[in-house]
Design a protein around this ligand. Sequence first.
Ligand code: 13P
Length: 249
Amino acid sequence: MRTPVIAGNWKMNKGPKEAAELIEELKPLVQDARATVVVCVPAVDFSAAREALAGSQIKLGAQNVHYMPSGAFTGELSAGMLKEAGVEYVIIGHSERRQYFGETDETVNLRVKAAVEAGLVPIICVGEKKEQREAGYTNALVTYQTLIALSGLTAQQVGQVIIAYEPVWAIGTGLTATDEQANETIGVIRQAVRAAYGQQAADQVRIQYGGSMNPKNVRGLMAQSEIDGGLIGGASLKAADFAQVVHFE
Ligand code: 13P
């Protein structure tokens, strides 16, 4: 009942020329996909990417957004600017932004609200570090991260967002959560949404898995009842690999 969503997070890879080339290569490979397909590209690529994406079903995404509409915030981009540039989705609170750029649950929440108000679909990242999993904090942590991130949204708005469960220890490491671990933790996130926003929001909200997802492990992960898609790093930089993830069925 939920349409799966497969999103590529290109991170700090590929300038405008390579972005256009990758999208041109990808387009024919995913044109009949059942899943929603998104590419979250570096901001300097928006224009080239939008041109290359014309006439395709692939959606354009960004990797961050500031929470203020304008002003003295050197180097930042507002939700309105992203919207005007043709962006429809935006990753918020990626663990790399939390780790290297001081992102907190509170600023994640401000960004989520700004994105939703501007009509962007946020892809909100949550997930535990290795030592937090080992200490048994995973469920409490992802519940807390999720509830803070969504705070102030209506149940209807919550039903439209995307959440990405990305265990930090699985990102770029080649380690993947087992199908059962990913399904269980995503179930915990959905239960948090249910408790706070009701059954309908919990049934609608799409929750992805992210962390070393690739053509080999996508089928097992996507066969799990709670997993509605993937946020793909490394494997999204090669058209053939990303297309195989998109066609997981
Ligand atoms: P990898 O797929 O490279 O592990 O990256 C996952 C990720 O961080 C997606 O946002």
